[in-house]
Design a protein. Sequence first.
Length: 510
Amino acid sequence: MQLLEEPVLTKTSTGRAADPCVMVIFGASGDLTKRKLIPALYNLAKDNLLSRDFALVGVARNEMNSEQFRDLINKEIGDFATTKLDPQQWEWLSQRIHYVSGDFDDPNVYQTLDNLLKSLDKQFGTRGNYFYYLATAPAFFATIVKRLGNAGLVSEEQGWRRVIIEKPFGRDLGSAKALNREIGKVLHEKQIYRIDHYLGKETVQNIMVFRFANGIFEPIWNRRYIDHVQITVGETVGVEQRGMYYDTAGTLRDMVPNHIFQLISLTAMETPVSFDADVVRDEQAKILKALTPMTDEEVLTRTVRGQYGEGSVKGRKINAYRNEPMVPPDSRTETFVAMKLFIDNWRWADVPFYLRTGKALPKRTTEITIQFKRAPFMLFRKTAVEKLEPNRLTLHLQPDEGISLSFGAKIPGPVVQIGGVNMNFNYTDYFNATPQTGYERLFYDCMLGDATLFQRSDMVEAAWNVVAPVLDVWEALPPRRFPNYAAGTWGPLESDELLAKDGRHWCVTE
């Protein structure tokens, strides 16, 4: 195959290009590859962050050769690219795409892969550096790692070898520990990159910069000034074609121990002494270990589960969850979770962290809201002001990434009246940032060997330890009435009551 000359780069990045390497995607025929992974690699190449000595191998059970796989990607990349494709840049990347077909438990697949990788090393100068992305069902994680080990494909004698593992990492505390043990027999912890693509979002990464680089916020980032914290992760879609997987997982397993707990840890962590991966993750782990597991009685009063019924979202009809493809008609699986948690340390004692996440909600959004305590009202008792609204700081993670701050200001006129003011910062508007998939930063960090934004084994187990009592109680006490919220609403009534009994309410930016 004749290769094109190096393309003219359209953008100069301030970061250095990643190391020469081959990326191997297991489960490459799935939607994730075409929707997110390939577009992310293209964005890195366009921004001069992908090494010029790079190649990609897809591995899946679908029968096809490299040329057929390349043709398939070429046909679909235009639908999922986040920016307009540069034809020369895309051609350069697409020529480096290869494919191996076969079952993940077949030793012959790994022998074929080994031969191909050695060939790519010679052709592209990738120097024996490989990272493997497991975009497969969780049941294959341990199998693939074991087969890679047996084939000598994770030995670092000839270059670095790393494995990115998609969530969910285990189904509960016991299975997470077992999976850690299994892959730990083959890989060193420094080779394991447990990915959560939410941590590739600009605003998520900016939480630390926002908190620790601005002297006006960190001094008030504690229980003395903050009333409570809310985290909302809403999806407008139902489970669609993922019913078979989703009904065995549910929203609690799918979202809380990974996505949401990572957001909590970054929001609540103490200041790390450096950006070194383990230094940052040490502070995150302290927060996860300080999250107080609930008693059985607390699970009943501080958690809410829901399942969506028929409804509509923005004019689009959504079938009830039990009528979705490959979902049992009597399914007890939750599609919505709300919860109140506490962090038992000096900074956050008695400050509730409310979280909610679900499918078929009215808005696609991920937000972290910091609500500060109300100011004393005494000064305004003899004015037209009826009450003071608390200040809120909201970190918007998706779909529009940015930060908002609400505060009160006097309405012009002779009478003292206060109106709400919102100051909004949007990444795209301010920095002229191009849209990203969220995977770019994570791939780039993996290729550099920076594990800061990836979970460590102790973090995974600490998160499951908090979720375990909830899973146990929900398993022992099946839901009384499912479905209990209509698609297109913000979950069951009990979710609002969870905050209302504390004199609070959910906040979502319109």
